[in-house]
Design a protein around this ligand. Structure first.
Ligand code: HEC
Ligand code: HEC
Ligand code: HEC
Ligand code: HEC
Length: 426
């Protein structure tokens, strides 16, 4: 009798084991979606769509253009200067004063690169690093040499914007990172992207593009300024050491200040925010799980999560949809108000320095101090303004950064005025 019980116990355990193994190896337990091996180099999402129709349908929705449910951001190509006129003064003398639009869906990346008025005959290939799925093949063939090749030479060969292969290994469908700059930036910190966990990859795939970067002089290699850390102060300190001789993105024509242009630091800002610190990945909010006939799959409509509050937020939060929407909007309104104040104070600092510089009795050393204060003030404003969530990814830090910007811009104005009035007394 006891023998029988033991025997059937063992038999049950073996059966269960076989069942688990079968689930794991044969039927992909995560989502029940059958993996199909697609050859490397196939970038047309329609080809991938034959094997993965639900994800492809979602991807196609990225072409939809609509205002954001919060009133900030959105998927339409509107000029940012309409809402924030300080951009025109603060980016004077460089492309972003001519053309600086709100971002829209991934399928538009290449089209928007081709059309931007920021392109000049001198624009280099480095600019396409984050705009096309073909980057992997190009880097394999040419290494970093592509980065200094004129963009006009490369553009005719580019057919595919950001598509499936930017984020997926076509053979296994595992997540992967393609941008060599991201892999190098993490390697410098002792992190190997290829060893990353699935949870980390759910943010790394986005972090490869949604980050601050600069082009190294001469080589045009794309580099992330992360050696000292990912916060605005730490990135500024990194730039202050003139890495590889990099001193500025451009010189402002009025204030003659050597300026930095900040680029979309969504990853950096998120990383030290409430959600980033709690391990909530970009994909948790921006690519939430959906269900279709009982099957779980990831939304591939990568847009404002406030369009899908139920799936994006209420998986963790018990508050109502209206409450969450109101919290997000409140944060964004506070940030927007401070961002406008910082931007316009920075503009006034450019004017004050230009005015002081035109005075023949100006104290040159004081004027240089004013320029350094302005350079920092604008960096602190721009690193928030260029971020895409209007503060949501890290409300407390972003408001602190804007506060520093306003303070520094006022100091720049006072120093410029003193540079003239002090010498008037002499
Ligand atoms: C911007 C990056 C990105 C792009 C582009 C992208 N995916 Fe994904 N995909 C993800 C992420 C993130 C997941 C979730 C993976 C995980 O949690 O392991 C995912 C999951 C999947 C899965 C696994 C099942 C699921 O839905 O969770 C399939 C299949 C898939 N994607 C197909 C596609 C196809 C087909 C395309 C192109 C039409 C595509 N993906 C484009 C990021 C991307
Ligand atoms: C290969 C680079 C690249 C990758 C990878 C990438 N993005 Fe983007 N993303 C961009 C670019 C470039 C744009 C702007 C495209 C345009 O405006 O033409 C953009 C736009 C967006 C937008 C704005 C869409 C809208 O409707 O306004 C969101 C949201 C976004 N990305 C989130 C993500 C998330 C989340 C991930 C990871 C799952 C990710 N991105 C991965 C480069 C990338
Ligand atoms: C906790 C949820 C959450 C996480 C995690 C998160 N985001 Fe967001 N993100 C938001 C919200 C909310 C907004 C504001 C949307 C709006 O105003 O409609 C936003 C806005 C954005 C936008 C601008 C969208 C637009 O309409 O132009 C981009 C781009 C973006 N996030 C990228 C990222 C990236 C990259 C990561 C990871 C590094 C990330 N987000 C992590 C919630 C999140
Ligand atoms: C994977 C879980 C998860 C998801 C998804 C998530 N959150 Fe959170 N959220 C948290 C955690 C954890 C905290 C920290 C406080 C706490 O424990 O409640 C938090 C805090 C917040 C806070 C207060 C702190 C702050 O930074 O303002 C707000 C507001 C918030 N979340 C809104 C949202 C919205 C809106 C979304 C969807 C776009 C969202 N969350 C998606 C887990 C999540």
């Amino acid at each position: 009798m006891i023998k029988k019980i033991v025997f059937s116990g063992i038999a049950l355990a073996v059966l269960l084991g076989v069942f688990i193994v079968a689930r794991v190896w044969l039927f992909s337990p995560e989502d029940g979606i059958k993996r199909v091996s697609i050859p490397e180099g196939v970038h047309d999402p329609a080809e991938w769509g034959k094997a993965y129709p639900l994800q492809y349908q979602g991807y196609l929705k990225n072409r939809e253009m609509a205002p954001s449910p919060t009133g900030f951001g959105g998927s339409e190509k509107t000029q940012k200067a309409v809402m924030e006129p300080a951009n025109l003064m603060n980016f004077k003398g460089m492309g972003f004063s001519k053309d600086y639009t709100e971002d829209r869906g991934h399928p538009y990346a290449l089209e928007d690169l081709r059309e931007t008025e920021r392109l000049t005959p001198k624009t280099t290939g480095a600019c396409m690093t984050c705009k096309t799925a073909q980057i992997g093949g190009i880097f394999k063939d040419k290494g970093w040499a592509y980065a200094r090749t004129p963009l006009t030479d490369l553009l005719p060969t580019l057919k595919h914007p950001i598509t499936c292969s930017n984020c997926h290994d076509p053979k296994t469908m595992n997540l992967r990172v393609m941008n060599p700059a991201f892999i190098e930036a993490l390697a410098k910190k002792g992190i190997h992207v290829r060893k990353a966990s699935r949870a980390e990859m759910r943010s790394y795939v986005c972090g490869q593009c949604h980050v601050e970067y600069y082009f190294e002089p001469e080589t045009y290699r794309v580099v992330f300024p992360w050696n000292k850390g990912l916060q605005p102060e730490q990135m500024y300190a990194y730039y202050a050491e003139k890495p590889a001789g990099f001193t500025q993105d451009w010189v402002h024509p009025d204030s003659q200040t050597k300026m930095l242009k900040a680029q979309h630091p969504d990853y950096e800002t998120w990383s030290t925010g409430t959600h980033g610190m709690a391990g909530v990945a970009c994909a948790d909010c921006h690519m939430p799980f959906l269900r279709e006939s009982g099957r779980k799959y990831s939304s591939h409509w990568v847009t404002s999560p406030m369009r899908t509050v139920e799936e994006s937020c209420r998986t963790c939060h018990t508050q109502s949809k209206d409450w969450l929407m109101a919290r997000v909007k409140t944060t964004q309104r506070h940030v927007w108000d401070m961002q406008l104040r910082a931007g316009s104070t920075v503009s006034r600092a450019h004017e004050a320095i230009a005015k002081a510089a035109a005075d023949s009795r100006v104290n040159g050393a004081e004027l240089e101090n004013a320029r350094e204060l302005l350079r920092r003030a604008q960096w602190y404003w721009d690193i928030v303004s260029a971020e895409n969530s209007m503060g949501f990814h890290n409300p407390a830090q972003v408001l602190n950064t804007l506060g520093q910007s306003v303070d520094l811009a006022h100091q720049a104005i006072a120093t410029a005025n003193r540079a003239v009035s002090a010498s008037h007394g002499k």
